[in-house]
Design a protein around this ligand. Structure first.
Ligand SMILES: [Fe+2]
Ligand SMILES: [Fe+2]
Ligand SMILES: [Fe+2]
Length: 405
């Protein structure tokens, strides 16, 4: 199945989750995409190169997702850069449409003077490298007055760390105050996307390749916590089977699978210390956890025409009795797709090992799900379906373990 998708917009949207830090969203990927695209627009790049440059810049640090890994890349000369370049490359290589993007990401910290071979693609990596190092020199939201200091710091590195020809490109760009104001503006996501010319935005992708991209993001989400390594994939798979039993169309089953993969997208905003805490959470820590479906909703909502996907994914902690969070949606206002993900989420959490216990046995799972259905904390019909096909759902765990991502 071929799907037409605006890949720059999709990556621009997904990149937001890569930019959560301990103090909130830092817009690093979108700022780097903006700087890279602005430089690219002044160079003799083909439309395809501009597309690849934007897409690669939007997710260039996807191989570094813990707050600790991201913070380490914030110094001008990070001690180690190879791990996240390799990780990003390994995740994307082999996926149709992402071959160039994977290569560009692999080399985005290469010093120009040490490059073993130079190609049209490494030129794009060089642009991202400069954009990336410029971005980390800028702090906070008031950066216009920081431009002289940042440019001075970069200027000695052209011909060694940076590709020489980019010096002139950057100086020309830097004259405009608006360039700096754009970077610090709350509109940087839209501004960076606006750098793409509309005629090259839509890409025809194989659905299986798009699904691999979502599986990569599921892997990134689950990697935030070493106790939930396969959770998103198990939720996706259980949701797809429940949707099939509930009579969903093949297209809606495909969509609920994506919603399952991305339901915990907002978890990337939560510090690992809370996600991995072995004991009970304090009330304040639980409040931090409650932010994650809120972020899932607002990030996925940015994809035009995908409100249903956002609702199915993000309402997974809402409850039919209205006692869920964070939107307190219940009763008939709670979509069937969201109810499916909620049942799949709880079932998966019960059957998986957790830091403080191993996966529960069938009897305990049955009694917890049945009790939740009686309290209308879960949809009773869906719980009945799951329990009457229990062996099928229990076998999904082994199946997701052997998938590559
Ligand atoms: Fe990087
Ligand atoms: Fe970066
Ligand atoms: Fe969740």
């Amino acid at each position: 199945m071929i799907v037409t998708i605006n890949l720059p917009r999709l990556l621009n949207t997904l990149s937001m989750v890569l930019d959560f830090t301990t103090i909130g969203l830092n817009h690093h990927h979108n700022r780097v995409a903006y700087i890279s695209s602005a430089m690219g627009a002044m160079m003799d790049l083909s439309p395809q190169e501009r597309h690849d440059l934007y897409c690669a810049a939007s997710i260039h640090d996807m191989g570094a997702t813990s707050f600790h890994e991201k913070a380490a890349l914030g110094s001008f000369q990070p001690r180690e850069t190879d791990t996240h370049c390799q990780a990003g490359y390994q995740l994307l290589k082999g996926i149709g449409h992402f071959e160039n993007i994977a290569q560009i990401i692999l080399h985005h910290h290469d010093h120009w003077e040490h490059q073993e071979e130079r190609s049209a693609l490494t030129r794009l990596s060089d642009i991202i490298h400069l954009a990336d190092r410029l971005e980390i020199l800028l702090t906070g939201d008031y950066i216009l007055h920081q431009r002289r200091r940042a440019l001075d710091q970069l200027s000695g590195w052209f011909g060694t760390m940076f590709r020489p020809e980019l010096k002139e490109v950057l100086s020309e760009l830097a004259v405009k105050e608006s360039f700096w104001l754009d970077l610090a503006s709350p509109y940087v996501e839209d501004l960076s996307l606006g750098m793409m010319s509309p005629e090259i935005n839509d890409s025809a992708l194989q659905y299986k390749d798009l699904k691999k991209l979502f599986m990569i993001f599921a892997w990134i989400i689950d990697r935030k916590c070493r106790f939930t390594m396969h959770h998103s994939r198990l939720v996706a798979s259980s949701s797809a089977h429940l949707a099939s039993l509930a009579g969903f169309s093949p297209l809606d089953i495909a969509q609920i699978e994506v919603a399952g993969l991305l339901h915990d997208l907002g978890k990337l905003s939560i510090p690992e210390s809370i996600l991995e805490k072995p004991g009970a959470l304090t009330a304040a820590e639980y409040d931090v956890i409650k932010r994650h479906p809120y972020h899932t909703y607002h990030i996925l909502r940015r994809l035009p025409g995908h409100l249903q996907l956002a609702e199915w994914a993000a309402f997974h902690h809402e409850r039919p009795n209205g006692a869920g969070y964070p939107f307190r949606i219940g009763g008939s206002a709670l979509p069937l797709g969201s109810r499916i993900i909620a049942v799949a989420d709880i079932f998966s959490a019960l059957i998986e090992d957790r830091p403080y216990r191993t996966g529960m046995n069938r009897g305990d799972i049955e009694s917890i799900l049945s009790q939740s259905a009686r309290e209308k904390a879960l949809d009773g019909d869906l719980v009945d379906q799951l329990l009457s096909h229990y062996d099928l759902f229990a076998s999904l765990q082994e199946f997701v373990d052997i998938l590559r991502y």
